[in-house]
Design a protein around this ligand. Structure first.
Ligand SMILES: C[S@@+](CC[C@H](N)C(=O)[O-])C[C@H]1O[C@@H](n2cnc3c(N)ncnc32)[C@H](O)[C@@H]1O
Length: 248
């Protein structure tokens, strides 16, 4: 087992097993790809990196809408990347999209014009200053960093407190109960997608969008271009901000 790889114990005790699957929802892929495309409108033939691409729908949507773009989708989960590869095979844009299984902190790819990560940066297990440095180093000069991340706010403080309480209960029966409730509330969503999300009910972010993380990005040569509050779509979802940063 290589250094830094999850041990079986890590995977049992962690809230979310990143070796598992995270199915990207269609409406999320639409919303995020539109936001990314707006950021790319003045950039010809861009190279784009999606960090934590899940099952790949957003990367494919960006490539479809921008025939001059090349897109790399990166995810730490081989299960996600296998699903993304299957979607790519039927996408018609397979020559301009590549998917890779990797931890972003260890990834050694080229510099890109735009990095985007929908609900991913708070999950990356690394020191925040090293993450900020890695993000900045992965961008070409003038490149953009576009992400959503849970933000510092009272709603999230309460939600994360509830998640800590939820984590105290034995996992198997708690998950069975949560799944039974979710099946009733989200009867239109597939069962496997609901199961993907169970671990996230216990997830405490590594970092949030607040002064500390924003300062780290600034110290690494990034400037904030735009920031807004992203709409919350379910009661148990953390409130996220959407930000666009530019490398000088
Ligand atoms: C909450 S999911 C979001 C997936 C996708 N962006 C979406 O919107 O549907 C977070 C994703 O980040 C991936 N991830 C977590 N840590 C990562 C890391 N260090 N490097 C690459 N991917 C990571 C997980 O495997 C998971 O697919």
């Amino acid at each position: 087992m290589s250094e830094g790889q999850a041990t079986p114990l890590d995977r049992r005790t962690r809230a979310v097993d990143y070796a598992g699957r995270y199915q990207t929802l269609g409406y999320v892929a639409d919303r995020v790809s539109q936001a990314v495309l707006a950021c790319l409108k003045d950039r010809a033939a861009p190279l784009v990196l999606e960090l934590g691409c899940g099952t790949g729908e957003t990367s494919l949507a960006v490539a479809r809408a921008r025939p001059d773009a090349n897109v790399i989708g990166l995810d730490i989960s081989a299960v996600n990347i296998a699903a993304a590869e299957r979607a790519k095979a039927e996408s018609g844009v397979d020559k301009r999209v590549s998917f890779e299984t990797a931890d972003f902190m260890r990834w050694q790819g080229p510099q890109v014009d735009l990095i985007f990560g929908e609900s991913v940066l708070h999950l990356v297990e690394a020191d925040s200053s090293q993450l900020a440095e890695k993000l900045a180093n992965t961008l070409r000069p003038g490149g953009q960093l576009v992400f959503t991340i849970p933000r510092d706010c009272f709603r999230n403080d309460i939600l994360f407190l509830l998640r800590r309480v939820w984590s105290i209960f034995p996992r198997a029966p708690a998950d069975r109960m949560a799944l039974a409730v979710a099946r009733r509330v989200y009867s239109d969503l597939p069962d496997d997608l609901l199961r993907d999300r169970l671990g996230y009910l216990r997830l405490i972010p590594e970092r949030t969008d607040g002064t500390k993380f924003r300062d780290l990005l600034r110290r690494n040569g990034l400037s904030l271009v735009r920031r807004e509050i992203w709409p919350v779509t379910t009661l148990l979802q953390a409130s996220h901000s959407f930000s666009v940063w530019r490398k000088e």
